[in-house]
Design a protein around this ligand. Sequence first.
Ligand code: F6P
Length: 491
Amino acid sequence: MASSPATTPIRSLFAADPDRLSRLRIEQSGMLFDFAKTHLDADRIAAGLAHLTALGFTAARDRLFGGEAVNVTENRPAEHMAERGEGTADSVARANLLHQRTKALVEAVDAGAFGDIRHILHVGIGGSALGPDLLIDSLGRDAGRYEVAVVSNVDGAALAQVFARFDPRHTLLVLASKTFTTSETLLNGTSVIEWMEDAGVEDPYGRIIAVTAVPEAALAWGIDETRILPFSMTVGGRYSLWSSIGLPAALALGWPAFEELLAGAAIMDRHFRDAPLDRNAPVIAAIADRFYVEQMACQTRAVFAYDERLRLLPSYLQQLEMESNGKSVTLEGKPLDTASAPITWGGVGTDCQHAVFQLLHQGTVKTPIEFVAVIAPGHDLDEAHHRQLLINCFAQGSALMTGRSSDDPARAYAGDKPSTTILLDALDPATLGALIAFYEHRTFVNAVWLNVNPFDQFGVELGKEMARAIEHNGTQGFDPSTAALAARAFG
Ligand code: F6P
C-alpha cells in the first residue's frame, strides 16, 4: 500500500476530516461497522483500494462468485456461498437439494423417528465443530428444543463430561467430518457407540447421523445411507456451517431459524458483491487489517465480544482467519514477500479488561482491536447489566485511542491504539449469519491482497502424519526430545 506511515494520531484524523464519521461508518444488515477509531482516512482507503485494484480484486471476487476453481492447489471452487443461494445455478441447486435432506432429517427427529430424543451429541473438530458450536451457543440458549453438546477434543475428559449429563437412551449422535478420516472424531464416535451399547441401546448405529463430503467413507464405517447427510467437497471445512454441518444448529434452533441464518448471510454476500468498494464493509475491514500488518508491523489482532452469547466468536475466527491466510507461499507457489495473516486472539468483555487489557493500554506490543457488541440484551435481568457492559465496551475503545498523559510514567497512557467496533442491533439468526459472512469475505479480501489460497490448509498435515507414525511405529527416527517424552509417558 503506497501511503505514508501512520504518524498522524487517530484523534487528529477527526479534526482533519469533518466527514470522518460518515466516511468510516458503514450500516449493513442490522450492524454498524465503525472504523473511525482506526488510522484509516480517505487517503489510506484510496491507497488500499488502488492496491486492490492493481491486484485485480474485482476479477478475483467474480471468480469466487462465478464458481471458478479459486482453490487452486486442490483444483476446485469454493462454493460455501451456494449454501445461501449465491453462486452458479448448478451449485445453488445442489446445495438446495442437500438442505432439503437436512430439513427432512430435522423433521424426522422432531417427529420421533429416532425414538425419544432429548440430547444431541455432535462430534466433530475444527470446521466440523466450531461453526455449529458458535451458532448453538449464540442463538440456542433459550430455544427449548434439544440439549446439544459439541465435543471435539480427543481428550476423553471432553466426552466424559457429556456422558455424565446425557442419557444414552435419549441421545442422537451427529458424527461430522468432511473427510471422514479425522482420527479424533472417529475415536470419539466409537466411544459414543460403546457408551450407548453399555447402556443397552439396541442398534446404536441407528442413532447416528453422519455428516460428510465423503459418504462412501461413512457407509464403510457402518452408517446406513439413509442417515448420511452429504455436503459438497467444494465447501471448505471452516466455511461449512451453512451446509449439513449445521445440522445440530438446525436441530437446536429449528429449521426456520437456520433458514434465516442463511438468508442473513446472503444479504451480506450481495453487499460484498455489489456495494461500492469504499462503502464495502469486508473490503474496508481488510484494508485496515493489511495496514496494521504491513505498516505498523502488528503480528496479532484481538477480537473482544462484549456479549456472553458471542464468547465463541474469537475461537471461530481463529480457524477462519489463521487457517485461511496463515500461508507463506503465493498462488504461484512463490515465497510471500510480506507478512501473512496475523494471529487472531481475543475473549469476552468485560472479563478481558481485568486480565489482558493492561498490555493493550500500556504494553509495547501493537495490536488492532475489534469490539463486537449487541444493543439488545440476551437476558431479562436488570438493564443495568447490559448498560454497564456496553458502556465498558465504548469506554475501552475511547481510552485506547485517547490515552492520558501523566507526570508519573507508570500512570501514563500513550493512546493512539486502534479499534474497530461492530455494533449489532440484535443477535438473531439473520444478523449472526451476516456477521459470519462478513468475516468470510474479509478473509477473502485479505487473501487476494496476500495473493494466497485461503481455501487449503496443508500446514496441518505434517503433525497429523507424525502422530500416525508414532502411533504405528513408535518414535524410532524421531528427535531425542520427542522420543524421550514418549518414553516417559508410555514406558
Ligand atoms: O486439521 C485441520 C482440518 O482439516 C480442518 O481444516 C478441518 O476443519 C478439520 O481438520 C476437521 O476435518 P474433518 O471435517 O475432515 O474431520
